[in-house]
Design a protein around this ligand. Structure first.
Ligand SMILES: [Zn+2]
Length: 355
């Protein structure tokens, strides 16, 4: 496999899109993107202060049943305990016992607005407000936010929720967090049909990211609200700048893919971000497979097959509210696959290769 050519091909795709964006994108759009990008230098490591060290280490069914929606909480708690390791549930045990739920009739809101928030989790109050008619579709998603949130204290000005970190005037990694929350919701609880396109896109991204990090590790990092650990895990296969650019791009897409009005500049920026995300995922996954092959953990044939499968799994088209974006043309995918399927010429070459 000639990794140099694979890399050149990916770099070429990247350069073409960068040139277009640099030349034509209006300052306003770029500054919006940079705002997202700059904020990532502040990713914080979670250090639990002594006073918020969990006091619960198992489920108290009686306490849960006394709460509104108690039976739903017990059902959720049982699945959490069956699905994850006990050491990954300390945030969950702590928060579910102090959680408040507010089931509400939202019939009027539903009739007046085509899009309304049927449920939301407030980490400041550790509470969930939910439309009583939408409990089955929405409650488990919000409970996953609860199970992965370190509640803000007076001393800390950062809110940690799954992979996202919220500062007083900005937030980081919302896209990956929402995507992965819905992946776990689908995997263990329920399938929500009514998701926005930006959610669906970020689910695909999060699922591909999980293939790089590993399912067990990724679930554990999520339940510990450990974005810092996620970045650390990715650093084995990508530089910090590449990781930050990837997080910034997925955030931009999470916030703007479903925008009603998309002018030419925003359209170009969306295309740039889509390409950046794909490039990051393909190169990081290839790095991982290359490392495993060099360490003798997989054969060169397995490495080739896994990279080819991964490229095939990356969606070439992304649907948004108003249009379908072509991220990789069939020709581009074909040329990537052709490169992957070229067998290595000699052992010496396979040792020297780098990507
Ligand atoms: Zn959410």
């Amino acid at each position: 496999m000639d990794y140099t050519v694979l890399n050149q091909c990916i770099n070429y795709l990247q350069t073409v899109s960068s040139t277009i964006v640099t030349t034509y994108t209006a300052k306003r759009e770029l500054s919006s993107f940079h705002l997202h990008k700059e904020s990532h230098s502040e990713i914080k490591e979670v250090i639990l202060p002594q006073e918020v060290t969990p006091t619960y280490s198992k489920i108290d069914i009686d306490t849960l049943l006394k709460k509104k929606l108690g039976e739903h909480l017990v059902k959720f708690a049982n699945i959490m305990e069956q699905s994850f390791k006990k050491e990954d549930l300390s945030i969950f045990y702590q928060n579910i016992h102090t959680l408040t739920t507010y089931p509400k009739k939202m019939t009027l809101k539903k009739q007046l607005f085509s899009v309304y928030t049927a449920a939301y989790y407030d980490s400041g109050k550790n509470s969930i407000t939910v439309d009583i008619d939408e409990i089955e579709n929405t409650l488990s998603h919000e409970l996953l936010h609860m199970a992965s949130s370190i509640l803000p204290t007076k001393e800390s000005n950062v809110e940690y929720c799954g992979f996202s970190q919220t500062f007083p005037n900005k937030s980081i990694a919302d896209g990956i967090n929402e995507g992965y929350t819905e992946i776990l919701n689908n995997r263990y609880f329920c399938h929500d049909e009514g998701l926005a396109d930006s959610y669906r896109y970020n689910m695909d991204v999060a699922l591909n990211l999980e293939k790089i990090i590993g399912q067990e590790k990724m679930e554990s990092l999520y339940l510990h609200a450990d974005l810092f650990g996620l970045v650390k895990g990715l650093k084995k296969y990508a530089t910090e700048d590449e990781i930050m650019e990837f997080i910034a791009s997925s955030d931009y897409l999470y916030h703007h893919l479903d925008d009603g009005k998309i002018n030419n500049n925003k359209d170009r920026l969306i295309r740039k971000c889509l390409k950046q995300v794909n490039k990051f995922l393909i190169t990081s996954f290839s790095h991982k497979m290359n490392k495993l092959s060099n360490e003798g953990k997989i054969t060169v044939e397995e490495e080739t097959k896994k990279i080819a499968e991964f490229i095939c799994y990356i969606k070439p088209n992304v649907k948004s509210e108003n249009k379908i974006y072509q991220v990789m043309s069939e020709k581009e995918i074909d040329s990537l696959l052709n490169i992957v399927f070229i067998p290595p010429i000699s052992n010496e070459q396979s040792i020297k290769r780098s990507i």
